[in-house]
Design a binder for this molecule. Structure first.
Ligand SMILES: *Cc1c(COP(=O)(O)O)cnc(C)c1O
Ligand code: SF4
Length: 347
């Protein structure tokens, strides 16, 4: 009679869903360093920096860090350091002038044809170099009425053909909301494409679950996802599988990288990153020069070094695996290409 009842005491491990992974994210430097078997005294970990913008890093990402390595390139991206508190000339709180390109709450419209929606103020991971760390998110947390105003703005400007979900991290929002907003956007005839700028599938690959795939595919809009992967060590089996799920559903996958001192500022690392991205079905798109946001000066790579890296990468890889080197400038009409070295580049 009970023969076909599967007992709950199965030995199979419980696979946490993405919301559980998010809730279980590490939030203190002490906890992170203990898991990595590191002695806090070896690092410039700073309680002041932690207080200014707290550490947040989900376990699937922590598991890709090397234990006992104070120079781990993933650790460097998330650990609050004393160096963040030093003022640096040319670094400011809003280096991109985004607070001025905010026509209605929730919308950033800087470039022709593309408008960015701040879908969720939250992120699954706090990246120390992020230019959004000082963005006035509180003013951009919207209710349904304000979302209607944002949608009205998109509908009123026929030049907009692409909507970009951004944040924060747009995939930190729940799928019911994402389904609703995507359906609303699809009713605007001049919008053709939906782009999703996210780090969540990288840090928590289980985010790409059936309900996420549902709203991404149940739409007439062509969907492009732009990942944000900075180092080859960030790509593991679970990340690869999440990318496969998206590809199988016809979603285009691109990647953007931020150039970060002592994280990925070597030709070897960048070439390996491009190769590994291609292996998992993601095309390199952009490499960004660091935005000069206060607290991030210790990540800055010199212009001279950037030129050398760009040339060396062109020499090392097939053209389609070389991302475009760009920077952002307040008031510019697009991201700007970075110059190549004018020195002789031939053999
Ligand atoms: C980067 C960005 C875009 C997209 O630019 P692409 O060059 O099309 O990738 C759009 N809007 C804003 C505000 C941006 O920062
Ligand atoms: S917006 Fe992107 S880069 Fe910035 S903290 Fe969030 S996930 Fe990191």
């Amino acid at each position: 009679m009970t023969a076909d009842i599967i007992p709950h005491t199965s030995t199979e491990a419980h696979q946490p869903c993405w919301q559980e992974e998010l809730a279980a994210a590490i939030r203190t430097p002490a906890d992170l360093l203990e898991r990595l078997e590191l002695n806090p005294a070896q690092l410039d970990a700073s309680p002041v920096a932690q207080q200014a913008w707290s550490l947040r890093v989900p376990l699937p990402y922590v598991q890709r860090m090397n234990k006992g390595d104070i120079d781990d390139p993933l650790l460097k991206q998330v650990l609050p350091l004393g160096a963040e508190m030093l003022a640096a000339p040319g670094f400011s709180r809003d280096p991109l002038g985004e607070e001025d390109a905010n026509p209605v709450p929730g919308v950033v419209h800087k470039y022709q044809g593309r408008a960015l929606l701040i879908i969720s103020p939250a992120c699954a991971i706090h990246c120390r170099y992020c230019f959004r760390r000082h963005f006035p998110y509180e003013d951009n947390t919207l209710g349904r009425k304000e979302w209607q105003m944002a949608l009205d703005y998109l509908a009123s400007d026929k030049s907009i053909s692409e909507v970009i979900y951004s944040g924060g991290d747009p995939l930190a929002a729940n799928d019911n909301f994402l389904l609703w907003i995507t359906q609303q956007i699809a009713t605007i005839p001049h919008i053709k494409r939906l782009r999703i700028h996210t780090r969540l599938p990288l840090v928590i690959p289980s985010r790409i679950d059936p309900s996420c795939l549902h709203w991404m595919t149940a739409t007439r809009l062509k969907v492009v996802m732009v990942w944000h992967i900075n180092h080859p060590n960030e790509i593991d089996q679970a990340v690869s599988q999440a990318a496969q799920r998206l590809k199988r559903h016809g979603i285009e996958l691109l990647n953007q990288t931020v150039l970060l001192k002592q994280v990925n500022d070597s030709v070897y690392t960048l070439a390996e990153l491009s190769e590994k991205l291609f292996d998992v079905g993601i095309m390199p798109y952009y490499i960004h020069r660091l935005d000069k946001v206060s607290g991030a000066a210790h990540f800055e790579v010199s212009d001279n070094k950037i030129q050398q890296l760009q040339q060396a990468l062109l020499n090392a890889l097939p053209g389609y695996l070389v991302p475009r080197f760009v920077c952002e400038q307040a008031g510019a009409l697009s991201k700007l290409p970075l110059p190549l070295s004018t020195e002789a580049t031939a053999r």
